[in-house]
Every structure is written in C-alpha cells, then in structure tokens.
Design a protein around this ligand. Sequence first.
Ligand code: DGL
Length: 284
Amino acid sequence: MVNERCIGIFDSGYGGLTILDGIRQRMPEYDYIYLGDNARAPYGTRSFDVVYEFTLQAVKKLFEMNCPLVILGCNTASAKALRSIQQKYLPQYAPDRRVLGVIRPTAEVVGDISCTKHIGVLATEGTIKSESYKLEIEKLHPDCTIVGQSCPMWVPLVENNEFDKPGADYFVKDSLEKLLSQDPLIDTIILGCTHYPLLLPKIKQQLVQLSTLNSQLSTLKVIPQGHYIATSLEDYLRRHPEMDQRLTRGGTCQYLTTESATKFRENASLFLHEEVNVQHITLN
Ligand code: DGL
C-alpha cells in the first residue's frame, strides 16, 4: 500500500464512515484509507488543543501512508483543528500535501437549500461552541440566520449501537425541540456531525410527530453531509488536476483504527453493510 497514493479520510470514530460512503459512491475508482481514532473518541467535548494534537497525529499518520490529500471527515476536527493545520503545519512541514474539512462544503450549499434563510445546526458541543458553521454560513450567505444546538447524547447512542432502539427517541426529540424553540422560522437543519445520519429515521419520525402540533415542520429539510462532501471533493479534484494526477485508482479501501480491529470490523458494518479490511494502529 505504501507506493499507492490514496485519499485519506479521518474521523474520531465511526461517524466519518458516512462521509467515506458518500465519497465512494460518487468516486469509487480512487483508493482510500480511512482512519478512526476510536480509542480516543468522542472528540466532541475535548478542548481545542487536544483536538488539534490528536487530529495532527492522525494527519501525519495518513501522510506517512502516502496520502497526498486528507479529508477531515469529522466536524469537530474540522471546527477545531483544520485552520491551524492548514495555516501553521502544512506550509512548514508538508507544503505538497492538502487537508480539507467538511464544514465549508456544507456551508456552501445550505444557503441555497433554505427558503426562509433560517438554518438550524445540530452538532457536538465542540462544533457548536466553535461557532464554525455560523461564521462560515454567514460569510457565504449574509442573508441567513443560524442557530445551533448541541446533542450530547447522540454520538454515544451511535457509538454504542443504541441509535435505532426506543431509548434513543427521548434524546432525539429533546434536542430537536431545543433547536426548533430557538427559531420558529427554521426550514433547514444541518446534521453537523458525521454520526447523526444514522439517527435520520428517528429524526424524521420525531419531526412527523412534532408537525401534528406545527404544520410548518412537515416541509422542514434535514441535510446529512455525505453527498455534499463528495460533490465538493469531486469539484476540488477537477480544479486541482496536479493533485488528481497524484491519486491512484484501484478502487480499494483500507481501514485503520486505534481501537481493536475486531470491534471496528463489527461496528463498521452498521455504517457500511460490508466486510472491511482493518488494521490496528497507535497514534502519538
Ligand atoms: N465525528 C464527530 C463529528 O463529526 C463526532 C464524534 C465525536 O464527538 O468524536 O463532530
């Protein structure tokens, strides 16, 4: 694998598999390496410094594995580490490599999806507190109003395979109500965390119930990111042929985890519905 030039995709855990899935559906011909820092997830409540340090370790690992391009398929890492990596680390230590995130591509499209221009963001505490979505969307779409709500229980529900169980209903309803009560004009909700698409059936179910009290909610749009990140990456490679030419096209995908490979293999099947080739690694 070392002689191949793959697209690296990093996430704190399993959530980035929803991004990988979206990308591979659109661009199956490339070679990919997915790295999940499962042993140290979740990142959502960690400080800026710790998320930066962990994310940089993962990026360096993917560079060592010969990935010229790394996608931070994690909103928390994109919010807290991407800018420092792009502005401080890359120019000095890896000027020929690129690291991209998931917030900007989502921010780019959402302004045109919303009709009321009132947008809600559901994400981890770290992403909401960073205000990255608010700043990025307001910069690109100054006519938009953004409100955010952290959902502290949603990642643990997914990581612990409880996302489709009845116990998840309470937490999904609670966070949705908290978000919608902040702004009754919201017509579009960004799922600003890579884990949340697995809760989409529950989110839709709760919105149907809430719409019996408020009919406006029946037209509310919920946006998972995978498709938009894939389109944005495709566009990036079209605009950067010098990067595109460095990437090999064997249609392979290799998985790395800081947790046990067996555990990763079992849980990854929830996201990907296929057997995966996993290797345990350590990051430091
Ligand atoms: N993957 C992270 C994100 O998209 C959520 C999980 C975590 O808190 O580590 O924000």
